[in-house]
Design a protein around this ligand. Structure first.
Ligand code: GLC
Length: 478
């Protein structure tokens, strides 16, 4: 038997240990999905031991302690070990994490220190375990520094020839503010005019610069980040590396997200029994003071309230169609100005709109399973998970044709797409969707089209596994 390929998978969060956003869903599912392919791969996940991780919920064992060099001394590292469905998981602790209260801090220098420390400690852990990875797979800016570390250590026999892969979940967050931490941990700016000057000492661009392969979380996003509109100043650099930029759409956890077994729903349902959705819709209408009537289309947003998600675009679009028959539920929290605008829509349309400012897992499940449409007018959306959940639950997405939304929703078949990030253009898509809702057969066919899609991790895991193998194969031919 050949020895399995060893993959060191690094992320700043992973469900069920800690989850703030979509990255946590991905890092909590993808490594296991890759392992489950049984394709001769040995994947190990490393995440920070954030204070938000409830240690007593997991069977943690102390693995090792060591130090890594830091300006003026040594930084102590403690590593704990556990397993997630048979896969080894390591949690890294140390002063920057014991001091921190939040997973992500508003002070960028605090996060810079945390994640530069984490990235370098994770590399040193591999050496301590005498487990030389074939590939280091990093995700977003928090772990990008590890790839720069590997690149800089190519004279070290342990790291020589180790390949690197970088998944980009959100290019805009680059880790600016980490400059002092990079210097403190002995990482100088890279002296390469290919990168803009500010990128020469910022984790995200350093990771992109170092990576042998760059994966954006959808094929459309892979193209978009090479353009000025989405490239956040790195478009020229990314375009110059286009031969190593690909796109792989994320999956969702189809066991957890299953309308046939979801206990949050009043009545389970499937595409053969769509009428089961009505009970949950009725619950939503009753609980949120909306007219209880199955024939009024219920529109919903489940979202972080921030600029990226385009909540303002949806709110203004709804204001443009006051005469049409619709109700809306808005669930989410985030930016206080956007929250206030969402509340204002409720006060202007009291019996038609309900705004709920919080994160609520159970309610979000009821919304996916009871609302008729999910609105996602994102200004940019690298992949997006909510539209896939909505389609699996028979809620038809009305979304902006960008990134993963464009790649997972088929216009007029499983959802409605619009191009410009403008309320007027979105209102046009809403008009089309509301008209289709009135045509019972058409609507059911769209629901069924969405529900029959394969959103499992299997397909994406296969693509990642193939990419790992290509990377190794190409390097053995060099
Ligand atoms: C980020 C992106 C989102 C993506 C997620 C997981 O949160 O904004 O589009 O689905 O990462 O890749």
């Amino acid at each position: 038997m050949s020895t399995p390929l060893k993959i060191l998978f690094l992320a700043s969060e992973a469900d069920p240990f800690v989850k703030v956003g979509g990255l946590g869903d991905v890092a909590g599912s993808l490594p296991n999905a890759i392992l489950e392919l049984g394709a001769d791969l040995d994947v190990r996940l490393v995440i920070p031991f954030h204070s938000a991780i409830r240690a007593d919920n997991f069977d943690l064992h102390r693995e090792t302690v060591f130090t890594i060099p830091r300006e003026g001394g040594e930084a102590p590292v403690q590593v704990f070990h556990t397993e997630l469905r048979g896969m080894p998981v390591y949690l890294i602790s140390g002063d920057p994490f014991s001091r921190a209260t939040k997973v992500y801090d508003t002070d960028s220098a605090v996060d810079g220190e945390k994640f530069v420390f984490f990235s370098l400690a994770a590399l040193e852990l591999a050496r301590r375990l005498d487990w030389r990875p074939d590939i280091v797979h990093a995700n977003d800016w928090h772990t990008a520094t590890a790839l720069y570390g590997v690149r800089r250590m190519q004279d070290d026999p342990f790291w020589k020839g180790v390949k690197t892969l970088f998944s980009v979940h959100n290019l805009c967050y680059m880790g600016a503010g980490s400059e002092a931490a990079l210097t403190a941990y002995g990482l100088p700016p890279v002296n390469d005019p290919e990168l803009p000057w500010w990128g020469q000492h910022t984790p995200m661009p350093l990771g992109l610069w170092s990576a042998d392969e760059i994966v954006a979380v959808s094929p459309s996003y892979a193209e978009e980040i090479q353009t000025p509109e989405y490239g956040c100043g790195l478009e020229t650099f990314l375009h110059s590396r286009h031969d190593r930029v690909t796109g792989i759409v994320n999956g969702i956890d189809t066991t957890s997200w299953d309308p046939r077994t979801d206990e949050a729903l009043i009545e389970p349902f499937s595409s053969e029994h769509l009428s089961g959705r009505a009970a949950t819709k009725e619950l939503l209408q009753t609980n949120f003071g909306l007219e209880v009537n199955n024939s009024v289309p219920l529109l919903a947003m489940v979202t972080r309230m921030d600029q990226q998600k385009g909540v303002d675009i949806a709110l203004d679009a709804l204001r443009l169609i006051p005469k049409l028959n619709w109700q809306a539920i808005l669930l989410g929290s985030g930016n206080s100005e956007i929250e206030a605008t969402a509340r204002r829509l409720e006060s202007d349309f009291p019996h038609r709109v309900c705004t709920i400012i919080r994160y609520d897992g159970k309610l979000s499940r009821q919304i996916y399973g009871g609302a008729d449409m999910l609105l996602m007018p994102s200004r940019y959306e690298p992949c997006g998970l909510a539209q896939m959940i909505a389609m699996r639950y028979g809620a038809v997405p009305v979304a902006r044709a960008t990134g993963g939304l464009r790649d997972t929703i088929a216009e007029g078949y499983s959802g409605f797409l619009f191009t410009d990030a403008s309320p007027a253009v979105m209102a046009g898509a809403l008009r089309r969707a509301l008209k289709a809702f009135g045509l019972h057969r058409t609507w059911q066919e769209m629901q069924k089209a969405g529900m029959s899609g394969d959103y499992s991790w299997f397909v994406s895991a296969r693509q990642y596994a193939d990419l790992y193998k290509t990377l190794i194969h190409n390097s053995s031919q060099e």
